[in-house]
Ligand binder design. Sequence first.
Ligand SMILES: [Zn+2]
Length: 496
Amino acid sequence: MSKLKISLLAVLIFILSAAVSASAEQMMLEYDGALHLYDGDVYNLVVNNHEIYTPMKPIEFNDRALVPVREVFEELGASVYYNDSNQTVEISSDDTDILMTINNNIAYVNGVRTAIPDNVVPKLIAKAGESEKTMVPVRFISESIGMNVEFDGDLKTIFINSEHNSSAANSSAAVKSYITAVEPIVTDDNHVQIKITASGNVSGYSAFDLRDPGRIVVDLPSFGVMNVAENIAVNKSGVSTVRVGVTPERARVVIDADAASYNVNAVSDNELIIDIVSKVNPVVNVETQVAAAVTDPSAPAGSKLVVLDAGHGGQDSGAIGSLNGETILEKDLALSITLKTKEILENNGCSVMLTRSDDTFKTLQERPEMANNANAAVFVSIHINSVDNVPTANGTEVYYAETNNGNAYGATSSNLAENILERMIANMNSTNREVKTAQHAVTRLSKMPAALAEVGFITNDEELRNMASSDYQYKTAQGIAEGIMMTLENITVPQQ
Ligand SMILES: [Zn+2]
């Protein structure tokens, strides 16, 4: 009787991520010297049970999944060198040396000439405004380098493991132990524990977490599930549901939780407790709420409308930082600074429109379109910078797109960028990284003078601590507002 139940469970497909909405994401990608709209699937990346956070997540290219090679190999302990002059990428670890050339289908794996599968060549691809990543087909990693690659379409996740999991590889591995109970225990307002009880030893568990939406995943290899509901509602302290599923290889428990942190402990041979601290009382001043609605763009004739664009939002978190163990997202910092800039501009009699006033997603095309439709005088996008592996990188830079307009408004995008940077540095006292040009979609597609400010580096501890403080956010906002107001004096908005 119980045998029948088990075999039925074993063939159940994963229904684990019912909460995950479509992961297709619209974004602008820069490669081969041009910007391209990407609206295919975007995957999470988990390497040896660690989720890898990179602005350039795995994507599909010519129907093949591409993964960022540096992130994968650095997680595996290898060193990755990029040589700009001959466009080669070299990956070296104790037992592997791989040499690849950008846009070239031939790689050398431990000196052996190897064709990259599917005729997909390594490419330098950047999410607009972020740094370039070398992307290679995931099949190359699995076939040439002998790593175990697994897709989970429901979790929209690519798993890469440096060692073949023998129990997973051997599908005839008999299920010997079962999860027999999964119980949520609410301990206080911002604490939930999930207790997993099993019939066998649970010490071989593994755990990782995923974002957007937040999930904690606990796997028990070679375990089955016995008499446990597939969906357990919790709805307390940031934990919504616990989902329990099984494949021939493992039992998997997925906890839908907006967690600040979590811990998994084997409290006895057959009991696991996942301790989840919910995201409450953030220690830093990252405001994502705004009472005021978007300012009416039908401002009186003669007044000049300022459009402020808080970078990223919704499912697009932008760059990710960590301060005192707490995760800080670029989208939240950008919004907080944008709201303060709006407040200062309005106190000085300016009309301001926001492309987003809360944590919502807007495409890179919608943002300049709002400014164009409202016949705005200036467009200013606010972002936080990041760079991999250079924790000392710091400072403020402002971008404009050379092609976005001439001098039809009496001032150029270059004037706007110069003014904003000069006033930001004067108010913030940060390192001046100069005005730069780039083909960001938001500045390029705006008809009016447009600039994109990178306030500072979320990857620099000191700068992140500053940017998370209300005081520094006001200094930043003051600088941006002063630069805008200086430029507005010279702007005449052409009649539509
Ligand atoms: Zn950004």
